[in-house]
Design a protein around this ligand. Structure first.
Ligand SMILES: NC(=O)C1=CN([C@@H]2O[C@H](COP(=O)(O)OP(=O)(O)OC[C@H]3O[C@@H](n4cnc5c(N)ncnc54)[C@H](OP(=O)(O)O)[C@@H]3O)[C@@H](O)[C@H]2O)C=CC1
Ligand SMILES: O=C(O)[C@@H]1CCC=N1
Length: 277
């Protein structure tokens, strides 16, 4: 399978790390990005081919991954349009995978001259270590074979969750696309607290990291719902109770729910604003 990435930034690099040499040889992956330093690093680390602008290797690809910022997606599709037309004239309809937040498949299709084979996806950066999760939705012109190919690509870097209604991908974006940042934020807060309580930075890091990975794995492996696992840590009148009471009093859970909804609203807003182009 030949895969061309348009955009070789953070999320593309995380996907390439999971794909190159695993799902397909690095030499079958082509990356287009204007930054020579990023391209050099990707070529060195994963053996991918690279270019500063989209050209023949893009029209020869079976799959195009659109991995640029939503704000420049319209402009980038205009650069890709002749290359996709060339592929179609050669009798091929490459699968287009978009990973962009907000951008709706119908707008992408319109920008690409009515192009049909579009799967909209929302991956996340733990793909870098094969532990990503991707929400995906296929538009009606996607063949069963292309849907399988999309699933294989994203499953090479973690789990996939197919959704039937594209409007729900803003919720996926808010929960799991942006989600790693919330977890890192919480870890940062735990590390800060550890230091303020007199532990060294190294000790705080070790304790916070092990707690996160251990608790996450316990939540995955246990038959108990997370609420029950939480209760099992929380002795009445004890230390956890003191912390959770403080969090509830400060509205931490409500603030998190509101924040995640803000991310979903921003995804919707991006789609509406940028889709007007
Ligand atoms: N980061 C994340 O965790 C996630 C990101 N996404 C989505 O992935 C997409 C990329 O995000 P992210 O990787 O974070 O962003 P980055 O800015 O890290 O990567 C985008 C890359 O595209 C490059 N670029 C700009 N113009 C072009 C062009 N015409 N052709 C090819 N490449 C170009 C940029 O170069 P330059 O910097 O010079 O402009 C940059 O290197 C976004 O749409 C985002 O919504 C989805 C899920 C998670
Ligand atoms: O912050 C963003 O807009 C992108 C999409 C999900 C994660 N990063």
């Amino acid at each position: 399978m030949k895969i061309a990435f348009i955009g070789g930034g953070n999320m593309a690099a995380a996907l390439i790390a999971g794909l190159a040499g695993k799902l397909t040889a690095g030499a079958n992956i082509h990356v287009v990005d204007p930054n020579p330093a990023s391209l050099e690093k990707l070529a060195r680390d994963y053996g991918v081919t690279v270019a500063g602008a989209a050209g023949a290797p893009v029209s020869a690809a079976d799959v195009l991954v659109l991995a640029v910022k939503p704000q420049i997606m319209h402009e980038v599709t205009q650069q890709l349009l002749p290359l996709l037309q060339a592929a179609q004239q050669a009798g091929r309809t490459p699968l287009v995978l978009s990973i962009a937040a907000g951008i709706r498949a119908a707008d992408l299709s319109r920008w690409l001259g009515g192009y049909a084979a579009i799967v909209r996806t929302m991956p996340n950066t733990p793909a870098l270590i094969g532990m990503g999760v991707t929400g995906m939705v296929a538009s009606s012109g996607v063949t069963e074979q292309q849907r399988d190919a999309a699933d294989r690509i994203l499953r090479a870097v973690g789990d996939t969750v197919w959704i039937d209604d594209e409007s729900k991908i803003d919720a996926v974006t808010a929960v799991s696309g942006s989600g790693p940042a919330y977890v890192f934020y919480f870890i940062e807060a735990m590390q800060q607290a550890a230091e303020e309580l007199g532990l060294t930075a190294e000790q705080g890091k070790q304790l916070a990291m092990a707690t996160f990975t251990g608790a996450a794995q316990l939540a995955v492996q246990s038959a108990d719902p997370v609420g029950v696992l939480r209760e099992k840590v929380t002795s009445k009148g004890g230390t956890t109770y003191a912390a959770l009471t403080s969090m509830e009093a400060q509205g931490v859970k409500a603030a998190i729910v509101t924040a995640v909804k803000a991310a979903a609203a921003r995804g919707k807003e991006l789609g509406e604003q940028l889709g007007a182009a």
